[in-house]
Design a protein around this ligand. Structure first.
Ligand code: NAD
Length: 481
């Protein structure tokens, strides 16, 4: 398969100014995949300038209907290229192809269609009167595109999260520079091809792959950038907030998580456990909303632990392109080392390994899906985001205790509640200090609703109407006559 590996600036594909590249490898077999253009600060300057120029061009005159038409067209193209995008995610990240094929790419298409519908309705309001000292007054509140958006992506779900950025940017008439993650540039660059094919004016979307720690600061602090939309780690997110504060630059931060899955004593255990396993083992646990803290009522702990361990052992680890594979490799050696270190810490701190707990003896960065039992809520593996296939079972006695344990985390992205009681569902769901709660289920966010977290999980909401509001600025116009 041919990969696009260059920079997209002003509607043209170009090599990095200094001709520099970085190597992308396939983490499941450690083979070289592609040399990708590594942008430098001048490449960032050129891309931001192209985005700024595009703001004032024909794009500024595109009606809501035209922006909707283009988004519907882009959605069709993404849907058409589902197999290509799923393949690129599988080989570059190491995840089983069935996941992007059945989950991420359909979600990305849904997101683009959602924002196509929003594009037709980016409206202000009209407030009549009152008379003002004998003169009539009409007030209009209008929403204008915020401008050039610097959008920085993580590696774990590149196509889907790219559309979370592109949807509101393109619906509202903004322009952008997208910076894909070093470990997941190929699917995002393919999206660039589809953006050109859809017929977007040159410069509306620019894509600069490269090293975040060398070009990230230039991108987010560039004087022509009006908003930063970042998805990634809390460490980088807080650095970006520090850079943006003196610039008074609006910033949306979608950061990490340490989500709880609360299993009440009245849960239907047999049907809940496969869902709990999906919540922690999908994408090898490399999901911001991964439900890594399994808080289980003491009376059912043994049964849940046994079934969850069976689920872990039933995962078929292997080639991400094999349709029978249900678990692939971690994204990189760095991620593998970090996850293995956490597993060692878990063992050293006294948690009991019920399943997994070792690396897999094969080429590639494979880690066994791991279940720790009897973990204290204050243990390192219960507090810190591991971003790997590691579940920590933590027992509780009462609903109040479950809620208190779930909320005693620096993170606040999402949670799952598994229960047979409407009372428990409401009691827990309303009490959780998180952005999203799934009751008796899980999945990807519905793009018609907001997504984001509290505390160390970030600031602001993307998706839903919140995405439209955060990509527009409100202006009030008073007309006296
Ligand atoms: P990361 O913070 O290392 O990198 C994210 C992006 O930031 C990459 O594109 C990287 O190149 C760039 N970057 C790195 N240093 C930078 C700098 N100094 N300035 C500007 N940009 C810089 O995160 P990651 O490892 O790619 O992703 C994993 C993290 O992302 C996890 O914490 C995960 O929970 C989080 N995440 C959150 C969500 C969400 O919606 N809340 C979704 C996916 C991932």
């Amino acid at each position: 398969m041919d990969f696009e590996t260059r920079i997209l600036t002003g509607g043209k594909w170009i090599d990095a100014r200094e001709g520099t590249t970085f190597l992308s490898i396939s983490p499941a077999d450690e083979k070289d995949l592609a040399q990708i253009a590594s942008g430098n600060n001048e490449d960032i300057d050129a891309a931001v300038l192209a985005a700024s120029d595009a703001l004032g061009g024909s794009w500024s005159k595109a009606s809501g209907w035209e922006r909707a038409r283009l988004l519907y067209r882009l959605a069709e193209l993404v849907e058409r290229d589902t197999e290509i995008l799923a393949h690129l995610e599988a080989v570059e990240i190491g995840r089983p192809i069935s996941e992007p094929r059945n989950v991420d790419i359909p979600s990305a298409v849904a997101c683009l269609r959602t924002y196509a519908a929003f594009a037709e309705r980016v409206n202000g309001k009209h407030i009549p009167g009152p008379d003002h000292f004998g003169r009539q007054l009409t007030t209009l509140v209008v929403r204008e595109p915020i401008g050039v958006v610097a959008a920085i992506l993580p590696w774990n779900a590149p196509t889907m999260i790219a559309t979370w950025k592109l949807g509101p940017i393109l619906a509202t008439g903004c322009t952008c520079v997208l910076k894909p993650a070093e470990d997941a540039s190929l699917a995002v660059l393919h999206l660039g091809k589809l953006i050109l094919e859809a017929g977007y004016p040159d410069g509306v979307v620019n894509i600069v792959p490269g090293k975040g720690n060398t070009i990230g600061q230039r991108l987010v602090t560039h004087p022509l950038v009006d908003k930063v939309s970042f998805t990634g780690s809390p460490q980088v997110g807080s650095q970006i907030a520090i850079w943006c504060a003196p610039l008074f630059r609006p910033t949306t931060l979608e950061l990490g998580g340490k989500s709880a899955q609360i299993v009440m004593s009245d849960a239907d255990i047999e049907s809940a456990v496969p869902g709990i396993a999906l919540g922690i083992f999908s994408n090898q646990g490399q999901i911001c909303a991964a439900g890594s803290r399994i808080l289980v009522h003491g009376s059912i702990r043994e049964r849940v632990a046994e079934l969850l361990s069976q689920e872990a052992r039933s995962r078929k680890l292997g080639d991400p392109l094999d349709p029978n594979t249900t678990m692939g490799s971690l994204v990189s050696k760095k991620q593998f080392d970090s996850v293995m270190r956490y597993i060692e810490v878990g063992k050293a701190e006294g948690a009991r390994v019920l399943a997994g707990g070792e690396k897999v003896d094969r080429v590639g960065f494979f880690v066994q899906p791991t279940v720790f039992d009897n973990v204290a809520n204050g243990a390192t593996i219960a507090r810190e985001e591991i971003f790997g296939p590691v579940a920590a079972i933590i027992p509780f006695d009462t609903p109040e205790e479950a809620l208190q344990m779930a909320n005693s985390s620096e993170y606040g992205l999402s949670a799952n509640v598994w229960t047979g009681s409407v009372k428990h569902a409401h009691q827990i769901a309303h009490g959780l200090k998180v952005g999203t709660v799934w009751v008796n289920g899980g999945g990807t966010p519905d793009p018609r609703t907001g997504w984001g977290g509290r505390g160390k999980s970030g600031i602001g909401r993307e998706l839903g109407e919140a995405g439209i509001l955060s990509h527009t600025t409100e202006k009030t116009l008073y007309f006296f006559y």
